[in-house]
Design a protein around this ligand. Structure first.
Ligand code: PSU
Ligand code: MN
Length: 304
């Protein structure tokens, strides 16, 4: 597998020296946000991670390689090109073999990070069990990846385009720790709180790093989730955004959207229906996750 890795020199050096590195996904750039906010977000997230003293490693598939650490030109390509594939686990081999350009989801960013030896990955929200899954069987491959790949994912919970309580049940079944960072309840992406109580709460980045160390030493080989609430000054009104999401879900059904197109469709619809308000919140929560994720990665590197 390593023959397919193309690790940027700065990232390789940081890893060799045991310095903190934070992985970032690229589907959020190519399929999760409109241009030009997507590329601006991608650059700013990297800058925040650097300010915190860690090295960012945005991951994507390009030229038959799993690229770990991208240039500004690579970010621009992912943000603007029309034929960027959304690459989940099942797509990985084909897109590499065809030497196409592909954006990595949470699942494939975890795979790449793990291959490169990066234990931390920052994003906005993960995929999960979709509403109406009883009919569609739409459960994101992100959850299966979390069950088998030992990377800690820092996110702002999941948005209620998903069935949040069932997503939590699935995570429990698969043995995936969900740590509330200074929260008792699952954050719901656009809002800092949901109705769903978590099993575990942590107060500090050091506690998270210590748990990760034990988990790796035990060889548990599962990932974990750190759920970090959106700062309250940036959150949206719960009733307002729930209504918008419900409307987006109905429109997806009407339009006959299925499979990998579902999440990007819903994200786009929500941006449209909120007149861009949801995008602002989305960007701010990613920045907040980058700050916390870099601090956890630093605490972890100081333990080793
Ligand atoms: N949630 C977001 N923004 C995103 C995604 C999810 O708020 O960009 C992306 C992530 O890359 C995630 C993927 O891994 O969607 C999940 O897609 P699916 O539901 O098709 O598994
Ligand atoms: Mn799906």
């Amino acid at each position: 597998m390593k023959q397919y890795l193309d690790i940027a020199p700065e990232v390789a050096q940081a890893l060799a020296e045991g310095k903190p590195v934070v992985a970032l996904e690229s589907t959020i750039i190519s399929h999760g946000m409109p241009y030009p906010q997507n590329v601006e977000m991608a650059q700013t997230v990297e800058a925040i991670i650097r300010e915190e003293g860690a090295v960012p490693a945005t991951i994507a598939i390009m030229d038959g390689k799993y690229k770990i650490g991208l240039s500004a030109a690579d970010l621009e390509r992912l943000a603007t090109e029309k034929d960027v594939a959304k690459v989940s686990r099942r797509d990985l081999a084909l897109i590499l073999a065809q030497k196409k350009i592909g954006a990595t989801t949470v699942a494939t960013t975890m795979i790449g990070a793990h291959l490169a030896g990066i234990p931390y990955f920052v994003t906005g929200g993960i995929g999960g069990v979709h509403r109406g899954y009883e009919e569609t069987m739409d459960v994101s491959a992100d959850l299966e990846e979390l069950a088998q790949t030992p990377v800690t994912v820092i996110c702002a919970g999941a948005k209620s385009i998903l069935d949040l309580p069932r997503t939590l049940e699935y995570l429990e079944t698969k043995g995936i720790p969900v740590l509330g960072y200074q929260t008792d309840v699952l954050p719901a992406f656009y809002t800092s709180k949901s109705l769903y109580k978590l099993n575990s709460r942590v107060e500090s980045v050091e506690e998270i790093a210590q748990m990760d160390k034990v988990s790796h030493e035990l060889g548990l080989s599962a990932g974990s989730l750190v759920v970090n609430p959106i700062p309250t000054e940036h959150e949206l009104d719960a009733a307002y955004i729930d209504e918008i999401i419900a409307q987006a879900v109905v429109e997806a059904e009407k339009a006959g959207i299925t499979g990998k197109d579902m999440t990007p469709f819903l994200l786009g619809k929500i941006v449209e229906l909120t007149g861009g308000e949801s995008l602002k919140a989305n960007i701010q929560l990613v920045y907040n996750n980058a700050k916390v994720g870099a601090r956890i990665a630093k605490a972890y590197s100081e333990l080793n």
